[in-house]
Design a protein around this ligand. Structure first.
Ligand code: PEP
Ligand code: MG
Length: 909
């Protein structure tokens, strides 16, 4: 029989942490915590398979489910010493979703389930607090009516408002028990009006209603959007967790809180969290009340006047610190926990791997390796290479003048400036028009997710480090300042104000997610500084990786940046980029428009000087590291303008008749230039261009050598080769030029002539090409477009739909198509190396900076990847992970040893 329901609690559990696919993250970790003896209220999990079956079978449950739930419920009753629906000691439960991947706030939850007119009286008696009991009942009826019965919340809000008016108070908590009792009756009457039926009194009916609603919420719009944004497959489904309720709102000896076992913002080894006395969990994350700090130290450093947990409940605080230690030792990673204190007793309600900023992720990985909790290779394996991208973001220029108008919590690092908008929809609308926006909200809710995504950064005026805005922004890598209480937001007037400063929608603000500052206007930024942990991770990555990492660069700035990020050479100099600016393009045009050989030679002479200077500079910067210079690639018509006015300008600047410009433009016109007269075909028809470029490269090498610099191994690369003959002809030109320059300069230097592999024919003919080519560099941009027969400039029109329909999993121009393009690469590697033993091979298409593609390159035995300078650190880490994966290293999992309860404290509850 299929097991659809898994139990946990009282130091035992059917499930384990590694069963996330079946039990969801929450369920699996509740089971794990219970099994290591942490105080988890008993409960059970309906598996994700119930959810998938539910949707496959038109929203019906497996036949055995009812019986299994009844049995599990009986076990919870036994473990808690309470009875569901009992008139004296009733068991109340929470019903929560829990998918494989965390989807904070996207699905539904029902709390206090099991309350009815009878059990509420028992709860009042047991807690000794009638007001608390009826407040729980009121909340339950409201939540259940909203989530399960689908009744608009506004009906209940109106009734609540009316009750407060009648009592003459402003806040919910000022209502007295009689008000709440009446409210429950009013709520129920409203339910009857809305759905024509009574609110369900039977706890079992309530339970099945809530279970159904949570399964249904897997398909709500919020959840669907979140899944799309985070690549979470619909087929995963959610689990449902039913768990005995514990109350953090039963009085002043109760509390509820959330915490991270280390600081999620900067990674320091500090216990980091927030709590509220006499509150339910929702109150902390909703950001409605300002929460208190856990430790005295945090309270002091945040200048809070509210006492910390360490001061309010020192014993519980100590117990929680022990739990923190146990969790980290067990999971070997930073955890994000939820806890509740009921009448001075601590209960753990959740643990999961804590979301953290890129900065914190590196710091924590390095610290944990240094603490001996994990190994160096495990530290490397757990870092997503994409995280490194976030670290490379600019921060505010410390020298810039700035008018700080308010300060909030530094909730997610990075600096962001943008036009202020006050709604998620407006953020999306303006972002679509290409505007940079800053989303400002009093607080955010899961409904704002699209706006958070569209904005450069987020500013909230309420809520803490674990508020919705903070958590989501950190996950997305968006800068966020949370809880800037001095900022007053007036949604109706589309304006915010701080004292006398008013900012209208559309005006620019800057936020600094590292300091929490809110600044008027746009503040200049500076490039990122690499922290100690970043350097350590890069150094460790270098120890493990076998792939070399080079950069694609043609300007001195790019080359310097690449070197700073650890590039071991330049894998691609696109020489045409050097000809596009200023005076260079004029010389280039003069060469293209030349009337005869002599004219062309003169123009080429001019180009030679410029090209030599540029390459000399690159060689100098790269200081002996290899530099691969590619011969001119694009079709010549790209250098000639096509409007009449521009042609006239060119004619004047180049000193040629306008008619000649017109004629040349027509001659160079091509129907499909990407597959036309470009790449090596240009050099075949204009060998003097190839000769000039080779000369520039070799004279540059000689110049660097003569100036006492390290002479680089110059690598001359021929683009878009399809046949051996093309390569042979051009190699001969290059070799002749090299010999001439060596003779003229009286100097010998090493150089190599190689080819790009960018066409399927080249892959198949790799054996032959290797007879002449001394290295291969896979130009996977062109190889992808020619393999797919899909133009890289036009694919954007239909690829998103292809992705949505699952025709392609990834944009093949971003992540290498391993089945198609990859197969061709494999063939080329094999045939090339058979012909030329140990032949050096690399990749210089965009894929050279994509982690999945890097893993592939490593697997097929390439020597290096070459990518844009800012992706070099990402590539170094990805290369290390690729090497570790080949050795069989896996991403770190929590210990799977059958753990003995550490403190079997959980008795009858
Ligand atoms: C390539 O085709 O992959 C390549 C690197 O060349 P380009 O992008 O310049 O065509
Ligand atoms: Mg190319």
């Amino acid at each position: 029989m299929v097991q659809w329901v898994y139990n946990f609690g009282a130091g035992a559990a059917d499930g384990r942490a590694e069963m996330k696919n079946l039990l969801g993250g929450k369920g699996a970790n509740l089971a794990e915590m219970a099994s290591i003896g942490l105080p988890v209220p008993p409960g059970f999990t309906l598996t994700t398979e119930v959810c998938t079956r539910f949707y496959e079978d038109k929203c019906t449950y497996p036949a055995e489910l009812k019986g299994q739930v009844a049995k599990a419920l009986a076990l919870v009753e036994e473990r808690s010493g309470q009875k569901f629906g009992d008139a004296t000691n009733p068991l109340l439960v929470s019903v929560r979703s829990g998918a494989r991947a965390s989807m904070p706030g996207m699905m539904d939850t029902v709390l206090n389930l099991g309350l009815n007119d009878q059990t509420v009286a028992a709860l009042a008696k047991r807690s000794g607090d009638r007001r608390f009991a009826y407040d729980s009942y009121r909340r339950f009826v409201q939540m259940y009516s909203d989530v399960v019965l689908g009744i608009e919340l506004s009906h209940f809000e109106k009734l609540l408002e009316r009750a407060k008016q009648r009592r003459g108070v402003k806040q919910d908590h000022e209502l007295v028990v009689e008000d709440l009792e009446k409210l429950v009756m009013d709520y129920k009457a409203r339910v009857h009006v809305e759905i024509g039926m009574d609110f369900p009194e039977d706890p079992h009916e309530q339970l099945w209603g809530a279970i159904g609603a949570v399964f249904n919420s897997w398909m709500n719009q919020r959840a669907k959007t979140y899944r799309q944004l985070h690549d979470i497959p619909e087929a995963w489904g959610t689990a449902v967790n039913v768990q005995a309720m514990v109350f953090g709102n039963m009085g002043s000896d109760c509390a509820t809180g959330v915490a991270f076992t280390r600081n999620p913002s900067n990674g320091t080894n500090d216990f980091y969290g927030e709590f509220l006395v006499n509150a339910q969990g929702e109150d902390v994350v909703a950001g409605i009340r300002t929460p208190q700090e856990l430790t005295i130290q945090a309270r002091k450093s945040h200048g809070s006047d509210l006492p910390s947990l360490e001061e309010v409940m020192p014993n519980i605080f100590r117990e929680l610190c022990t739990v923190r230690q146990q969790l980290e030792t067990h999971y070997k990673d930073m955890q994000d926990i939820e806890f509740t204190i009921q009448q001075n007793k601590l209960y753990m309600l959740q643990t999961r791997t804590g979301k953290r900023t890129a900065h914190a992720a590196l710091q924590i990985a390095v610290d944990m390796a240094n603490e001996g909790l994990i190994s160096k290779s495990q530290a490397l394996m757990r870092l997503k290479p994409e995280l490194i991208d976030q670290l490379l973001h600019p921060t505010l220029d410390p020298k810039a003048k700035k008018q700080v108008i308010a300060k909030g919590l530094p909730a997610s690092p990075g600096a962001a400036a943008g036009k202020v908008v006050f709604s998620a929809d407006e953020a999306v609308r303006r972002a679509k028009d290409g505007e940079k926006v800053l989303l400002v909200r009093i607080e955010t809710s899961p409904d704002d997710i699209h706006g958070l995504h569209a904005a450069e950064g987020v500013l909230t005026t309420r809520g803490g480090m674990t508020s919705h805005a903070a958590v989501v922004a950190r996950g997305m890598g968006r800068p966020c300042v949370a809880g800037a209480g001095a900022v007053q937001v007036d949604y109706a007037a589309a304006r915010l104000s701080v004292g006398s400063v008013a900012v209208q929608e559309g005006q620019i603000l800057t936020i600094d997610g590292v300091t929490g500052e809110v600044i008027l206007g746009e503040v200049p930024t500076v490039p990122p500084q690499m922290s100690g942990a970043f350097g350590t991770i890069m150094a460790w990555a270098d120890e493990y990786r076998t792939l070399q990492v080079r950069a694609n660069a043609e300007t001195p700035n790019d080359a310097r940046q690449a070197k700073e990020f650890g590039a071991q050479g330049i894998g691609l100099v696109r020489t045409e980029h050097m000809f596009f600016d200023g005076g260079r393009i004029i010389a280039m045009r003069r060469m293209i428009l030349a009337a005869d050989e002599a004219d062309r030679k003169a123009a080429l002479e001019e180009l030679l000087t410029m090209q030599r200077e540029d390459i000399t500079e690159l060689f100098r910067i790269m200081d002996g590291r290899p530099v691969t210079v590619r011969l001119l690639d694009p079709p010549l018509h790209e250098f000639i303008p096509h409007t009449e006015a521009e042609m006239a300008q060119v004619a004047k600047a180049a000193g040629v008749p306008l008619n000649r410009v017109r004629r040349r433009a027509t001659e160079l016109q091509e129907a499909n230039p990407m597959l036309g007269h470009r790449g090596c075909r240009l050099a075949i028809t204009y060998p003097e261009i190839c000769e000039m470029q080779a000369r520039a490269i070799f004279e540059a090498a000689a110049a660097v050598g003569r100036a006492g610099g390290a002479v680089p191994v110059a690598e001359v690369m021929v683009p878009l080769v399809a046949t051996l003959q093309e390569l042979s002809i051009l190699k001969e030109v290059v070799e002749k030029t090299a010999a001439a320059v060596q003779k003229e300069q009286g100097m010998n230097f090493t150089y190599r002539v190689g080819t790009m592999i960018e066409l399927p024919r080249a892959c198949l003919q790799a054996g032959k090409l290797a007879e002449q080519a001394e290295f291969f560099s896979f130009g996977t941009n062109d190889l992808t477009q020619t393999t797919y027969g899909m133009s890289r400039d036009d694919a954007g029109a239909f690829l998103p739909e292809y992705k949505a329909k699952g025709i392609v999993e990834q944009d093949p121009f971003v992540s290498l198509d391993q089945e198609g393009v990859g197969e061709l690469i494999k063939v080329a590697v094999e045939r090339g190396r058979t012909a030329r033993n140990g032949m050096k091979m690399g990749i210089c298409g965009e894929h050279g900076g994509d982690p999945a593609s890097i893993e592939f390159c490593n697997k097929v035995g390439l020597d290096y990847v070459s990518c844009s300078p800012f992706r070099v650190p990402v590539a170094r880490l990805a290369a290390a992970q690729a090497a570790l994966k080949l050795r069989g290293e896996k991403a770190l999992q929590p210990s799977t040893k059958a753990a003995k309860p550490l403190q079997p404290t959980f008795g009858p509850w």
